[in-house]
Design a protein around this ligand. Structure first.
Ligand SMILES: Nc1nc2c(c(=O)[nH]1)N[C@H]1C(S)=C(S)[C@@H](COP(=O)(O)O)O[C@H]1N2
Ligand SMILES: [Mo]
Length: 199
């Protein structure tokens, strides 16, 4: 007979099943950035999608604010082994942003202010899997966590969730980003523990 241990050691039941292999739970929100934190006033922020044929689609902050936003609650998994459950965000789905973008590209290279990049298959940005997020826990996203807006792709390790996002190039061929060039896994599925190349 199954035994249900509700409230065991103060954790909610089921938390362990939500922890990918090799991860531990944290309740604070660590900051991981490779360089200094850029301070970008929303009025100077913009987001550009460039297709494989060079067509550019650009949104200003005001454009972003007029698009339908969603509240999402997701678990975050960092390759440095911390996971944080039930983080609450508000953002615009990439399904909305890419709706009128004509492309046959299979890959995406995400660019941030400050030069950070990360790559992923385009299909991982679609079907309710990715957002340009601008609120965390009910407040405007702080600069250290990527404000005014960051990419949020919670089903992959958090290095794919580019902070201070400024655009996405849609590509016919995969093009490794910052950590991917340094030996991190090209895909980064936390449930398959794809931390480094060859995992
Ligand atoms: N622009 C940018 N985005 C970034 C990073 C970065 O250094 N620069 N670090 C990545 C890594 S490795 C992680 S774990 C998460 C950390 O997000 P946090 O600082 O909000 O916890 O941001 C990701 N996005
Ligand atoms: Mo990370």
């Amino acid at each position: 007979m199954p035994i249900i241990t509700r409230g065991f050691r103060g954790h909610r039941s089921g938390d362990d099943e939500r922890l990918p292999p090799g991860q531990y739970l944290t309740h604070d929100f660590p900051v991981l950035s490779t360089g200094p934190t850029p301070l970008i006033p929303p009025e100077e922020w913009s987001f550009t999608v460039t297709t494989e044929t060079g067509v550019r689609h650009e949104w200003s902050w005001t454009d972003l604010m007029t698009l339908p936003a969603e509240e999402v609650t997701v678990d975050l998994h960092c390759v440095t082994r911390w996971s944080k459950l039930d983080t609450a965000w508000r953002g615009v789905s990439l399904d909305v942003l890419l709706e009128d973008v004509e492309t046959v590209a299979d890959y995406a290279l995400v660019h941030s202010h400050g030069g950070y990049t990360t790559n992923l298959p385009l299909e991982d940005l679609l079907d309710g899997q990715a957002w340009v997020a601008f609120e965390y826990d009910g407040d405007a996203l702080t600069s250290e966590h990527g404000g005014p807006a960051r990419l949020l792709v919670p089903h992959l390790y958090l290095w794919k969730s580019a902070k201070w996002v400024r655009g996405i190039d849609l590509l016919l061929e995969d093009d490794p980003g910052f950590w991917e060039q340094l030996g991190y896994h090209e895909y980064g599925d936390p449930w398959r523990e794809q931390r480094y190349q060859g995992d």
